[in-house]
Design a binder for this molecule. Structure first.
Ligand SMILES: *Cc1c(COP(=O)(O)O)cnc(C)c1O
Length: 415
């Protein structure tokens, strides 16, 4: 499907847009943070709402002409409330990172302390990495996963909290394949009188569908991205109890942002409506079932998985044992050449660098949207293993690439 108006004005961009659409059809999106939004979500995001300034909140805007913007934002809030059950929701953050920024900005001062998971153990840049504003404005210490089991070290976290005395403890991760025990982190936060921010960016959809436990009602703040497992329009969201509603709203706007991206909020509203349908629960369960199949199949081939498996939508492979000469970056390249798009990732106890780490992270949210079941996922896992094990063999890569392309046309993203 070509964008005829873009083509008329700007053929170069039209070519790139058409190329991207084709790339998405003909390759498997197995980057764990990605998914395929519906045509309805994409249409909402590509709407005339992009023109509208709607600084403020529904019913209290700084500009005239916001009646439809209000409708859209109210619908997004209403649906998010139904999906996750928080007392207060702000759907304006431009991204997950800006949702986190709003919480820090609302609740702590520069120089205050954040305790969060090490990036190489599955954390996120916006949780205190030195390359991010959080690492520069705040004092940060980081907890880790247990090096033996790959599971979060809740005891260690508690001990660190007691010695470091943080103002905020951050939970919620980018590359952690196991269910998070929110209560145990909350206990550590209570013990030192710290706020608890649970960043569910990756697992928003799993939490909404109840296939992963929810931190809502446990943590003080729950943030997320709206384009990962929940599959709505691109952006972020903040949820909290009523007592923090005002502080959070002010921290999002005017604290950290100007006008909301109303077209993206429309995409959020539409995606949230889709996620409220009974089919979405089946989808989320299938995402987890597929990840389990992926983990089992890769394990059976002898690949080492961080934590030995998965409870959610992602699998983290540590290549060091089985393929000591293969870096995550080279595995990523070989798989991309075979039409499987995923990313190299650090693993706990990383011995290489963040630019060329020892692992690959593989997610099932995208392929499940395409309709893959366990059987089809097992075949993909076999094909991934073949490429990993024959990463220098261009004929194997070519053959696997052909088969992946066939699977892609069997399971189209868009009609
Ligand atoms: C993806 C992610 C984010 C941020 O998402 P953006 O929308 O890219 O800013 C925040 N936290 C975690 C844990 C994530 O995985």
């Amino acid at each position: 499907m070509d964008k005829e108006h873009v083509r008329e004005v700007d053929p170069a961009v039209a070519d790139a847009l058409a190329g991207e659409r084709e790339r998405q059809e003909e390759t498997l999106a197995m980057i764990a943070s990605e998914n395929y939004a519906s045509e309805a979500v994409i249409e909402a995001q590509g709407s005339a709402l992009t023109n509208k300034y709607a600084e403020g909140y529904p019913g209290a805007r700084y500009y005239a002409g916001c009646e439809y913007a209000d409708d859209v934002e109210e619908l997004a809030i209403e649906r998010a409330t139904e999906l996750w059950g928080a007392e207060h929701v702000n759907v304006q953050p431009h991204s997950g990172t800006q949702a986190n920024q709003a919480v820090y900005y609302a609740m702590i001062e520069p120089g205050d302390k954040i305790l969060s998971l090490d990036l190489t153990h599955g954390g996120h840049l916006s949780h205190g990495h030195q390359a991010n504003f959080t690492g520069q404005l705040y004092e940060v210490e980081q907890y880790q996963v247990d090096p033996e089991t790959g599971y979060l070290d809740y005891e260690g976290l508690r001990e660190m909290a007691e010695s470091f005395d943080p103002d905020i403890i951050v939970s919620g991760y980018s590359a952690y394949p196991r269910e998070v025990e929110w209560e145990r982190i909350q206990e550590a936060a209570d013990a030192v009188d710290a706020y608890h921010l649970a960043d569910i960016a990756h697992i928003t959809g799993l939490v909404a569908a109840d296939v992963h436990s929810s931190p809502v009602g446990i943590a003080d703040f729950v943030t997320g991205s709206t384009h990962k497992t929940i599959r709505a329009g691109r952006g972020g969201i903040v949820m909290c109890d009523e007592e923090y509603a005002d502080a959070i709203d002010k921290a999002v706007f005017p604290g950290g942002q100007g006008g909301p991206l109303m077209h993206n909020i429309a995409g959020k509203a539409v995606g949230f409506k889709e996620a409220l349908q009974p089919e979405f629960e089946e989808y989320a369960q299938q995402v987890v079932d597929n990840a389990e199949t992926l983990a089992e199949t890769l394990s059976d081939h002898g690949l080492e998985l961080v934590s030995g498996g998965t409870d959610n939508h992602l699998v983290l492979v540590d290549l060091r044992e089985s393929h000591p000469d293969l870096t995550g970056g080279d595995a990523e390249d070989a798989l991309a050449a075979a039409n499987v798009v995923l990313n190299a990732n650090t693993v706990p106890g990383e011995t290489r660098s963040a630019f060329n780490p020892s692992g690959i992270r593989i997610g099932t949210a995208g392929i499940t949207t395409r309709g893959f079941d366990e059987e089809a996922t097992a075949e993909v896992a076999d094909l991934i293993y073949e490429v990993v094990d024959n990463h220098d063999d261009s004929s194997v890569i070519y053959e696997v690439g052909e088969r992946i392309e066939e699977l892609c046309s069997e399971y189209p993203v868009y009609e």
